[in-house]
Structures are given as structure tokens and as C-alpha cells.
Ligand binder design. Structure first.
Ligand code: ADP
Ligand code: ZN
Ligand code: ZN
Length: 818
């Protein structure tokens, strides 16, 4: 009897793939273990065992696996169920979920390497042009990868060329597989076997009287061992004996010391404040806690709506404490940007080593370690705090998931598939574990608030800030009026300048919010009206003064700023609009004494960039911090008393059905950074449209009113939460083909769903990286079966793909697009 396994491949295949295994392999393999398998002509993939059986596939001859990569499962059955749900719900394949779920180091790489055939006599005249290019490249570089070859000859499918070169004996192929993860080894030392007894040690020291450095090392080691029960690192010994590695090495060579290695985790908690006492909650927090616990008794997903600085985190901490007391795991999800060392530190103070952190700024090695610790159910991984991808970790016994700042758009993965919403996928994961979910926010998404209004979710709120600090005082400044009266200095109104001056005078800090980075989004010639555009995308280039560059914010294109207009040659270039760089510069001029910092994508690159700016602001090395929406996320600064919003209109006028909800959330969150600890803070909002209802709702902190109005509009126009939506994006470099193809597809959709199909339409930026884009929106009302709608769409896609001319057009589904 032949054994087979079905595996998940990390590529977008609709079905599982079947491989042959021996009966020993079949006995050893379990679902969730990795195997290396051949696929197609020459590829090798890491696949995940899904199931085993004895039925041969009907339409193809199953191949044998190459290798088993794990001793035991690294993915469990709950995960497999969860992945399947994600694939079904978000209209992608399990393979795509698998690919993005695992740290990339777990996905073995198969790289075809191309080498020069040293033995061959090559007749250059016999080579075609493209062949010659590769041959020539191999004279300079001994190894080429397939994608490098593709770049050299500037085409995608290079296998035919490579085949010709193999036939002509010019090249050789080498298939290399390697696993990327290498555990970090730390070097330790102890006394060599011969010297461990006291008597021998004395003798040793006597023999070393002529070598004072060496005996110093032995004595230091002795001392270290006496004071610490832990193994002694080479580096510790080096420091304690203040001697060099070379001397230690001499002792190791003489076998007086013995060196050994221990595998250590890269991510380690090095604090020493284990289990600081939990803070006691105030009456409002207590009430919220008991409401949540009540709702959890009915297994309800629950919303905690607490105003900014109401102390939601302390409530989470209590829930986590309760959860781990029962021996179960807790997951605390946050938007990546809110995952600050401030917060991690706070949790580690309470839970010490039990806290693991997981997010994309950690390198692959670190992520593999967290993963392995959870598989092994180590205590140090009982609490995970992480960004959206931590949903994919191999939890076996989750008791609680907290989704903080649940309204945040960054919980939705945009690209590539799976385009999942981490909050919603978390709720499903919690159900699979029979565990609880708490959603937290000061400004919940309309969906979540609606679910708690209808009773689907539990609900509780905290309306006061901790310590009874008042909510900040809001003032809206009409900058149209101010400009007319010529009262503006740069982009600052008189009122904002007055407030900044006063705040700085009393030694308090200021936050200034402008939702655009760079100096100016548009450079325009005053003579002919020309403005430099990105050659790859349909947008103007943004001027970055610091680097004297024009940059595209959609692709990586950038050029040096020109002195004169490229179209007409006159030197009358002017800028339009303004970004954080310009605000920063104006502040330098207006407040030459003040120290001004900036926080946006350009200043926060690298693992610690963001952290560095936060710390220097916290330490009051900066007086004013200018920034984009990065400023809004849960930062807890103690000395900020003024928040200025440069221009609310760019948020309000954003062309998107969610723009108003988003503006309310963003403005409320930024405002929430003011006056958190001592006295009442102040917020100044500048706008050309001061009577906008959203600004009124923000300034009176009236979430309920905002909700009522927005919900009404969503119902009128059939948007979520009243309806579900699926956005379908078509993408192709050929404008006409894209138009025709998206038209064809939409006709099919209209036949199936009638008037609930919008588009196809070009988005505001209709071309990105030389690909044209068109969107279609399918709205699904509460009477329709969502699953049925998706099946219909897939059916239309099948016929679409049957038309050869359309096949190269990419079709991208975004379910619950936000
Ligand atoms: P939120 O997340 O709701 O914006 P935080 O949890 O950051 O608010 O709390 C705001 C501030 O109040 C923090 O500095 C926090 O340490 C403090 N705080 C909150 N609750 C308590 C408590 N029960 N005891 C002492 N300090 C608290
Ligand atoms: Zn010009
Ligand atoms: Zn571009």
C-alpha cells in the first residue's frame, strides 16, 4: 500500500497538493510538520503537512518528498482551521495564508544558481544576443540568480534562454537549499575537568604565579561562580577580570578553562523588576472590569470604550492577570506603531519574563524564537504582545485576546493576500479557542460600536480620564478669515502662535499635527503651470527640502530638485500645499529658541528611529514635536499641554466614504495627547471650514452624535456597517486592456447582483508603478448570503480567465475593504 500526504504549498493554489511518502515517513509525519518538496520543473518549496492518506491523485503522478524538516508539528490544528477561515472569508488561498503566517526563516528557499561552465570552450560567435549578455555577466560574477538573469536580459521568462545555454555547455545550474534560521549561540566558560576540585585548583594557581593575568582570570571566574548560580558568559568573565579575550583563549587552549555554547533567545527581558504590584483600579475602571467579566461569562466579544487617558491599559492588565492565573495564554494586539517600548516596559514591570513581543521590526531570528517558545509552551511566551501578524502564532491554549485601538485601519492587511482584518480574524480565533475577546478604543469603529448597540457584543465605557483630569479644551480657528485679514504667519494662525508661546513659557511641551510629510506636495512653475510628475505613477512629486529632492510617495522614484522649470526653462518654481518639513521650518523661524523635532516616515526609519524620537520628546530634550498620524497612537507623554492641528480640512475632504469617521477618530486621538496627567490641556484646530459637523463633534467629544449621523449616511448609501463590501481591483500596464477587461468583469457582476455594483472606476491615483488600476465595489446587503456572493464572483472570475486576452489582468479581492 502506498502512503500519501496532502500538503499546503506557499503559493496561490486552489487545492492541496499530494506527495508520495514511505510508510516510515507516514508514521513519523503529523499535520503541521514541514517537508521540502519538489514542484514544477525545478522548484523546491517548504510545504506544510495537512493530512495523510492512501489514495493516489487522479490527474497527476505524485512525486516523492525531498526531506522532512521538523521533529514535530510547528503548526497546530486550530491554526489550520483558522487559516482556512481566513482563506475562505478573504477570498484567497490557504497557501497564501501559510506564506504570510510563518516567519520567513521557516520557509526554506530554493534558489536556482547559475554558474559558468569552467570546462567548456565557448564559441562566442555562436551565441545569440541575449545568451551573450549572460555569458558576459558570468565573466564578472561567478554566480547569478534567476532573477538577476531576468534583470540582465530584461524579461521574465528566462528559462528558455537558460536551456539553450545549458545545451551549448556555457552554464551549469546548481540547486541550493538552505534553511535560514540559525540559533544564536552564546559562549560560556567553566573550569576544565581536571581543575574542578579545590586541591587541583590550588595547584593550578601556584603554577600560574608567573602568569598574573591568567591567574587573575581564574580568580575572577571563581568569584563569579560563587555569587551567581547561572552559567558564566565569556563576555562576563572578560569584564570581571578586566583582561582580554586572547588571554582567556590561551587558558582554553591549555584546557584549564573549558568553553561551551548554549542556545539563547535573542529576545530577552533584561529587566529585574519582576512582578511589580498591579495598580489598584479606580471606581470607573473597576466598574468597566466587572462589566467585561460579566459579558465574558456569556462568551461575548466585548467593547471597552474609554476616553483617551482613562486607563484602559490597567484594565487590560487585570484581565491578562486573571487569564494567566488559569494557565492559559493571552494575546495583546496593537497597531504596530502603538507597540512602543513605553508600553512593553509597562507590561514587563507586571509580568516580567512571561511577556514576549512579536512584530515585523524584529528580525526573522527573533520571530522564530518567539514561535518556538510558543510551540514548546514555555512560560516566557504565555503573554504575547504584538502587531497583527501575531495572530498567526501557534497558540494552543488562548484564554484572552485584547485588540487595543480596534478602530485602527492598519489592522487591515492591504497587500499582499491574505487581506485580512486582524480584529475580525482575532474574534474568530478566540472562538476557535473558546476564549474571550476584548476590543478597546476611545473612538470605536462604526462597525464595532454598532455591534455593541445591537447586543451582538458586550459593552462598557469609561468617560473620565484617570485622576479626573479634564478632557482637553478645544478651540476651532477659522483660517479663511485669518488669511483674509492677513493675520497668518506662514501656516500658523495668531491664536495658535499665542498658545504655543504661552505653553513654552511655562516649560510645557507642544505637539503639532500635519497629516502630510515632506515640504510641499506639489512644485509648480508660475510661468507655464508645469509641475513635475512621477514617471511611473499618476501623482505629483513631493518636495523634500532636507534632501533637496522631489520624491514619489507611491514608488521609490526620486530626482534632485531642479533650479528651473523643465518645461519652459524659467526659474519661477513655487510650491503648493505644505507638509511636516515646512511646518518644522516655520517653527524654527518663529521660535528660534525652541527645540523642534519631527516624527514622520522620513525620520523614523530603522528599528529604533521611532523610539529615539519618542524618548527625546519624553526626556524633554524637545519642546515641540511636529508629526503625522504617527503621533496619535497611544503615546502617553506627561508634559504636553498643547496640541495644534494645522489643517483639519485635508482629512475631512479625503475622497473616501470613511473620511468623516476617520477624521473624528484621528482628531480625537491627537487631541488626547494633551494634558493627560496634571492640568487640563488645550487643543487648537485650524480649518477653512470651522462649522463642519465633525469638528463640532470632536470639540464637544460627542461620539454618539457622530455615530448617529454617520450611520445614517452609511445606511443611505449602502456602506458598512449597513452593508458589506468587497472591493475588486483590476491591475494592468495596458490602459486599454484594463478598461476592456474590467468592463467585461463588471458586466458579469451586474448580471448577478444588479445595482449593487459600483464602477469600474479609476481611483484618485490611477497609475502606480506603471500599472493602471480600476476598482469595482460590490455591496452585499443583510438579506444576501455573503458566501453565495463570493462563490458567484469566483464563478465570474473563472469565465474571465478563460478569455486569453484578459488572463494577464490581475484581479485582487479586498473583502470588507476599509
Ligand atoms: P488609555 O490607554 O485609556 O489612554 P492609559 O492606560 O495610558 O490610558 O492611562 C493613562 C495614565 O494614567 C497612565 O499614565 C497610567 O499609568 C495612569 N493610570 C491609569 N490607571 C491607573 C491606576 N489605576 N493607578 C495609577 N495610575 C493609573
Ligand atoms: Zn515653466
Ligand atoms: Zn511613483
Amino acid at each position: 500500500m502506498q502512503n500519501f500526504i496532502n500538503v499546503i504549498l506557499p503559493i496561490p493554489l486552489e487545492k492541496l497538493f499530494t506527495y508520495k511518502v514511505t510508510s516510515e515517513q507516514a508514521n513519523f509525519l503529523k499535520p503541521g510538520m514541514r517537508v521540502a518538496v519538489p514542484f514544477g520543473k525545478s522548484k523546491i518549496y517548504t510545504a506544510l503537512v495537512h493530512s495523510s492518506h492512501t489514495t493516489a491523485p487522479e490527474v497527476y503522478e505524485a512525486k516523492e518528498i525531498h526531506q522532512i524538516l521538523d521533529e514535530g508539528p510547528i503548526v497546530n490544528e486550530i491554526q489550520l482551521l483558522h487559516w482556512q477561515w481566513i482563506a475562505d472569508y478573504y477570498m484567497c488561498t490557504v497557501g497564501e495564508v501559510f506564506r504570510s503566517a510563518l516567519p520567513s526563516a521557516f520557509l526554506l528557499e530554493s534558489e536556482t544558481l547559475i554558474l559558468k561552465n569552467q570546462k567548456a570552450e565557448v564559441d562566442e560567435g555562436n551565441l545569440k544576443d541575449d545568451e551573450f549578455l549572460i555569458f558576459e555577466a558570468l565573466q564578472h560574477q561567478s554566480i547569478l540568480k534567476v532573477h538577476e538573469v531576468a534583470a540582465i536580459v530584461d524579461r521574465k521568462n528566462v528559462l528558455p534562454i537558460l536551456n539553450r545555454l545549458i545545451e551549448k555547455n556555457v552554464i551549469l545550474l546548481k540547486e541550493e537549499i538552505y534553511e535560514q534560521y540559525k540559533p544564536k549561540l552564546v559562549r560560556y566558560v567553566k573550569l576544565g575537568i581536571g581543575y574542578q576540585s579545590e586541591k587541583n585548583l590550588e595547584k593550578l594557581l601556584e603554577s600560574l604565579t608567573r602568569a598574573p593575568k591568567q591567574s587573575q582570570i581564574i580568580l575572577s571566574l571563581f568569584q563569579l561562580q560563587a555569587t551567581s548560580k547561572k552559567p558564566i558568559k565569556v563576555s562576563e568573565l572578560e569584564a570581571a577580570s578586566s583582561s582580554s579575550r586572547a588571554v582567556i583563549k590561551t587558558l582554553i587552549d591549555k584546557e584549564i578553562l573549558e568553553e561551551y555554547h548554549i542556545r539563547r533567545d535573542r529576545v530577552e527581558y533584561d529587566g529585574n523588576v519582576d512582578n511589580a504590584d498591579l495598580k489598584s483600579l479606580n471606581e470607573y475602571q473597576e466598574k468597566a472590569l466587572s462589566d467585561i467579566q460579566e459579558a465574558f461569562k456569556e462568551n461575548k466579544t466585548t467593547l471597552l470604550q474609554g476616553v483617551t487617558s482613562s486607563g484602559k491599559t490597567e484594565v487590560y492588565v487585570k484581565l491578562i492577570e486573571d487569564c494567566i492565573q488559569t494557565g492559559r495564554q493571552a494575546l495583546y494586539l496593537l497597531p504596530e506603531i502603538a507597540l512602543t517600548t513605553q508600553l512593553i516596559g509597562r507590561l514587563q514591570e507586571y509580568f516580567g519574563e512571561k511577556v514576549s513581543v512579536y512584530h515585523s521590526k524584529y528580525n526573522v531570528q527573533e520571530r522564530v524564537e518567539v514561535w518556538n517558545n510558543i510551540v514548546a509552551q514555555k512560560p516566557k511566551a504565555q503573554i504575547v504582545i504584538g502587531a497583527r501578524s501575531s495572530l498567526f502564532l501557534p497558540f494552543s491554549n488562548l484564554g484572552l485576546i485584547i485588540v487595543d485601538e480596534e478602530h485602527e485601519g492598519s489592522f487591515k492587511q492591504f497587500d499582499p493576500a491574505p487581506r485580512y482584518h486582524a480584529r475580525d480574524a482575532a474574534i474568530v480565533l478566540a472562538k476557535l479557542h473558546k476564549s474571550n475577546t476584548l476590543l478597546g478604543s476611545a473612538t470605536p469603529s462604526l462597525e464595532t460600536f454598532n455591534n455593541s448597540k445591537t447586543g451582538k457584543y458586550g459593552y462598557t465605557k469609561i468617560t473620565r480620564r484617570y485622576g479626573n483630569v479634564l478632557m482637553p479644551e478645544m478651540e476651532i480657528v477659522d483660517i479663511k478669515e485669518q488669511s483674509r485679514k492677513r493675520r497668518m504667519k506662514g501656516h500658523f494662525s495668531e491664536r495658535l502662535l499665542e498658545e504655543i508661546t504661552e505653553t513654552l513659557e511655562v516649560g510645557e511641551q507642544v505637539i503639532i499635527f500635519q497629516n502630510r510629510r515632506g515640504y510641499a506636495p506639489i512644485v509648480e512653475c508660475k510661468t507655464c503651470g508645469h509641475s513635475p510628475q512621477c514617471p511611473n505613477c499618476d501623482v505629483s512629486l513631493t518636495y523634500h527640502q532636507y534632501k533637496k529632492q522631489l520624491r514619489c510617495h507611491y514608488c521609490s522614484h526620486h530626482i534632485a530638485l531642479q533650479e528651473s522649470c523643465q518645461a519652459c526653462g524659467s526659474s519661477t518654481l513655487d510650491t503648493k500645499g505644505f507638509g511636516t518639513e515646512q511646518v518644522e521650518q516655520e517653527l524654527h523661524e518663529l521660535f528660534p529658541e525652541a527645540k523642534v523635532g519631527r516624527m514622520d516616515l522620513d525620520t523614523t526609519r530603522g528599528k529604533h528611529g521611532y523610539e529615539r524620537i519618542i524618548t527625546s520628546f519624553e526626556q524633554q530634550e524637545l519642546d515641540i514635536l511636529v508629526g503625522t498620524q504617527m503621533l496619535t497612537k497611544g503615546l502617553d507623554f506627561r508634559n504636553v499641554n498643547l496640541v495644534g492641528i494645522m489643517n483639519a480640512d485635508s482629512l475631512l475632504n479625503f475622497p473616501d466614504y470613511r473620511a468623516h469617521e476617520r477624521s473624528f477618530q484621528l482628531l480625537t486621538q491627537v487631541a488626547g495627547r494633551a494634558g493627560r496627567t496634571k492640568k487640563r490641556g488645550k487643543v487648537i484646530i485650524q480649518s477653512y471650514n470651522p462649522y463642519h459637523q465633525i469638528l463640532k463633534q470632536v470639540s464637544t467629544n460627542d461620539y454618539d452624535e457622530m455615530f448617529k449621523e454617520q450611520l445614517y449616511e452609511r445606511e443611505q448609501y449602502k456602506y458598512p456597517p449597513a452593508n458589506r463590501i468587497i472591493k475588486i481591483t483590476f491591475k494592468h500596464k495596458d490602459y486599454n486592456k484594463l478598461n476592456e477587461a474590467s468592463e467585461w468583469f463588471s458586466k458579469g457582476l451586474r448580471n448577478a447582483f444588479g445595482g449593487n455594483v459600483l464602477g469600474p472606476e479609476f481611483p484618485p491615483v490611477a497609475r502606480i508603478r506603471n500599472q493602471y488600476l480600476k476598482h469595482v465595489l460590490v455591496k452585499i446587503n443583510s438579506e444576501q448570503s455573503v458566501a453565495q456572493v463570493k462563490r458567484n464572483i469566483k464563478r465570474i472570475e473563472k469565465s474571465f480567465n478563460a478569455i486569453a486576452f484578459y488572463r494577464s489582468v490581475r484581479v485582487i479581492y479586498n473583502v470588507d475593504h476599509i
